[in-house]
Design a protein around this ligand. Structure first.
Ligand code: AMP
Ligand code: MN
Ligand code: MN
Ligand code: MN
Length: 277
């Protein structure tokens, strides 16, 4: 069985390893096929592809697009996309502009709660100044001693009801799936177990996603337990979706699952690679 990891992050978004360092780590961990899927940005793909060639491992262009669906934030992974596609590029650029505006509002909220300087602080943790996210705020707040770890910061400051939380409108589901599809890629619902959707809502999401041209769903990922993997394997089969797998690795110290260190896909669901060939 080849070692496949189709979801991870570099310093182009909220990971801590450069694309080259990430690929080196993946190769060291025995990965045969890797996709780099930074949030809303494709700038790391060329460096990662070169590094993958140098290490003799397979590589797929990827991205993880932020979407708002029925008021909830969802993530849609695009695999084997064309990062030069104009429509995709423009869509991602507008999401990044939204991130910059959101960051200012997050900082205002934190400032009102007695935490000054967080905008500059977060940007100091962002290697790519075009892509600012909550993780960069979280790293700054840990550094400043407001919580002992990233999870602690999210809980105390960045989730719904907390001072650094702001409502934000990301891309439409249909748009994100369309950008991926029209650039030649395959759209995948990322970590479905994280959204706390009722089974009815999950079914509607899958219907709309399929209608828009989406083909895959993550079954194995760091935020899924074995039970969840089995459940989403079954769901993938019932809704005729391809099953994807990825560590969602961000950092050696922060992530629960290392790149390339995933449990296997449960049997019975169709591996996403079949859709990619
Ligand atoms: P953003 O897209 O800027 O809203 O940030 C979302 C990212 O924050 C995710 O991709 C994770 O990397 C991270 N994240 C979200 N929730 C948590 C959490 N509860 N604990 C740690 N990291 C989180
Ligand atoms: Mn992230
Ligand atoms: Mn995600
Ligand atoms: Mn991710």
């Amino acid at each position: 069985m080849p070692n496949i990891d189709l979801h991870c992050h570099s310093t182009i978004s909220d990971g801590v390893l450069s694309p080259g360092e990430l690929v080196a780590r993946a190769a060291g961990n025995g990965v045969d096929i890797l996709a780099l899927t930074d949030h809303d940005d494709c700038e790391g793909l060329l460096e990662a592809r070169d590094a993958a060639a140098a290490h003799g491992i397979g590589f797929l262009n990827g991205v993880e697009i932020s979407v708002t669906w029925r008021g909830k934030t969802l993530h849609i992974v695009g695999l084997d996309i064309d990062p030069e596609n104009a429509e995709l590029k423009g869509g991602l650029e507008s999401i990044r502009e939204g991130r910059a505006m959101r960051a200012r509002r997050i900082a205002e909220g934190l400032s009102k709660a007695g935490i000054p300087g967080s905008l500059e602080g977060a940007y100091a943790f962002a290697s790519n100044k075009n892509l600012i996210g909550r993780t960069h705020f979280a790293r700054y707040l840990v550094e400043q001693g407001y919580a002992k770890d990233i999870q602690g910061v999210f809980k105390k400051y960045l989730v719904n009801g907390r001072p650094g939380h702001v409502q934000h409108q990301w891309a439409e589901l249909q748009h994100a799936v369309g950008w991926i599809k029209n650039s030649g890629g395959i759209a995948v619902i990322a970590h479905p177990g994280r959204y706390e959707l009722s089974s009815g809502a999950l079914k509607s999401l899958i219907m709309e996603f399929r209608e828009a041209g989406g083909l895959g769903i993550e079954v194995v990922t760091a935020s899924h337990t074995l039970d969840m993997a089995l459940r989403f394997c079954d769901l993938a089969r019932r809704f005729d979706l391809f099953a994807s797998l990825g560590s969602d690795f961000h950092s050696p110290l922060e992530s629960r699952m290392d790149v390339g260190r995933l449990p296997p896909l449960p049997s019975g669901c169709r591996p996403i690679l079949e859709a990619l060939h």
